[in-house]
Design a binder for this molecule. Structure first.
Ligand SMILES: Cc1cc2nc3c(=O)[nH]c(=O)nc-3n(C[C@H](O)[C@H](O)[C@H](O)COP(=O)(O)O)c2cc1C
Ligand SMILES: [Mn+2]
Length: 482
């Protein structure tokens, strides 16, 4: 089912028995986050807090808290179907590459029906207030050493003034006072890129933040699309149904009409940056304080019955892991267009998406693993990956037990590991410098004579199929677990 807004999605979760509604008073400071954490770790349901302490707006959490719920939210049977959806576009008749096709979707007849629809009236503008007081919203503080309350599921809309194209990214926002927040776009992200342009031109940067939308639109804000690909077009494409956008009331930024709450305002690049953080982050550590721009909220618009959605990040698994897995599956066919030798990729949840990539390839020539490693280090957000290990095509890289077994057996560390330097994720805390440091590539494939390996490589141990079948039948008579 494709949902139009957060309300529809919550109703559907309720029908599926995947929503608990808590009527007791719960504090957005620590208590809500803790409940969500417990539910996530126990593969439990989503939750709606009806009675947040200090606010009369309900709070929804754990919207994407299991793989199955994320599939339901994104209207797919399996996260792999996201990749298949992308493949439809990859294989569409016009000979562009994938991103060109998405840029030119208007020209592709079968996809042009997914262009977002601009509407004049929108639920997200039912209530308008200029007396901005963010403390009236049930904004969470999730961990004891957090620098304050943070908006954790915001869809931050900015515009590239040169191309007129909009960007939507999810960047957490620390509440500094009743009408100011931080704008935590990391240096590599599209919002930060837009900000640098405004800074160079010394111009005020209009920003709109939508909180709460249909689940596919929320997901899309977390997907690392190329800068000039409009996330709202991509959301409409994934939904197979246009999303409705409405012009903000103070700028010409287009925002999801079905959003719950919209913060309209600006970032002034002439202002000094402000100290943001610390924040219990998805690395499982606190991200350290650092300087980020301030966002001034001039107006809040919202639905009459607005619900405030939030997430908690922390030690994995948390719900952002399932959003990340959706991205892993969605991007696989696009990466395969560039590296067709890739069979599968696993960005393990414990590696929080930038620490590890386990890749299986159909090895064709000497040094092939290193070609794949070096190419991945040049691709979009994969360029931030700290450790990449490459395996042969028969290795199931989704099975961490198999990955560790093969890795240990198949490498001569000095020969099979390369080090290089490059950009690192902003949340990387072990490198000497922020954003920049070393990376490791590991060739864990079977080594060939042509690669200088003069010994014989041993075979995997496998029983023959006929013996397996025969003994299967026999064993069934004695042991019911077969
Ligand atoms: C719950 C959650 C919180 C996130 N917080 C941030 C953040 O504070 N800063 C940031 O740069 N990226 C954050 N991200 C990752 C970005 O949303 C992601 O990289 C996205 O691609 C950014 O959009 P962009 O590619 O248009 O810049 C977060 C992701 C999730 C799922
Ligand atoms: Mn983007």
């Amino acid at each position: 089912m494709v949902f139009e807004n957060l309300h529809e999605y919550l109703d559907a979760l309720k029908k599926r028995g995947e929503l608990i509604i808590i009527k007791d008073e719960v504090d957005p400071v620590y208590e809500m986050g803790h409940i969500a954490d417990r539910l996530i770790k126990g593969k439990g349901p989503a939750v709606l807090f009806k009675n947040p302490k200090g606010s009369n707006m309900p709070v929804a959490m754990n919207l994407f808290g299991t793989k199955e719920r994320t599939e339901f939210a994104l209207n797919v049977e399996s996260l792999d179907d996201l990749g298949k959806r992308v493949e439809e576009l990859v294989n569409a008749e016009i000979p562009y590459n994938f991103w060109d096709k998405l840029r030119n979707i208007v020209k592709l007849k079968e996809f042009s029906k997914f262009i977002p629809k601009i509407v004049k009236e929108a639920p997200c503008q039912e209530v308008i207030t200029d007396d901005v007081d963010l403390f009236k919203l049930p904004i969470l503080k999730t961990w004891p050493k957090d620098g304050g309350r943070f908006i954790t599921l915001p869809l931050v809309f900015t515009k590239n003034p040169l191309t007129g194209k909009q960007n939507c990214g999810m960047y957490r926002m620390q509440v500094f006072d009743k009408n100011t927040t931080g704008m935590h776009w990391h240096i590599h992200k599209d919002g930060a890129h837009h900000f640098r342009w405004y800074k160079e031109e010394n111009e005020i940067m209009p920003v709109c933040v939508a909180i709460g939308a249909d689940p596919i639109t929320i997901y899309t804000a977390t997907a690392p699309l190329p800068e000039d690909i409009d996330e709202m077009l991509f959301a409409s494409f994934l939904r197979r149904k246009p999303i409705k956008l409405v012009k903000a009331t103070l700028s010409d930024i287009l925002i999801p009409a079905e959003a719950e709450i919209v913060l309209e305002g600006y970032v002034d690049p002439k202002e000094p940056l402000r100290l943001e953080g610390p924040f219990g982050d998805h690395t499982g550590y606190y991200s350290l304080e650092d300087y980020y721009p301030a966002f001034h909220v001039e107006r809040i618009t919202m639905r009459k019955d607005a619900i405030y959605p939030a997430t908690i990040v922390g030690k994995p698994p948390m719900e952002d892991c399932f959003l990340g897995k959706a991205t892993e599956r969605l991007f696989l066919p696009i990466i395969k267009k560039i590296l067709p030798e890739i069979v599968d990729i696993n960005l393990p949840i414990e590696g929080i998406f930038h620490n590890f990539a386990f890749v299986s390839i159909d090895k064709q020539y000497p040094g092939h693993a290193f070609k794949v490693i070096n190419t991945l280090w040049g691709l979009g957000m994969m360029s931030l990956t700290k450790i990449i290990a490459v395996f042969d095509k028969n290795v199931n890289v989704q099975d961490i037990s198999e990955v560790i077994w093969r890795l240990g057996n198949n490498i001569d560390p000095q020969r099979d590991i390369i080090f290089t330097k490059g950009p690192l994720d902003v949340l990387e805390h072990a490198s000497d410098l922020p954003f920049f440091g070393s990376k490791m590539g590991i060739d864990a494939t079977k080594k060939w004579k042509s690669e200088g390996f003069k010994r014989e490589w041993p075979d995997d141990i496998e029983m023959s199929e006929d013996v397996k079948l025969k003994m299967d039948k026999l064993l069934k008579k004695y042991w019911k677990e077969v």
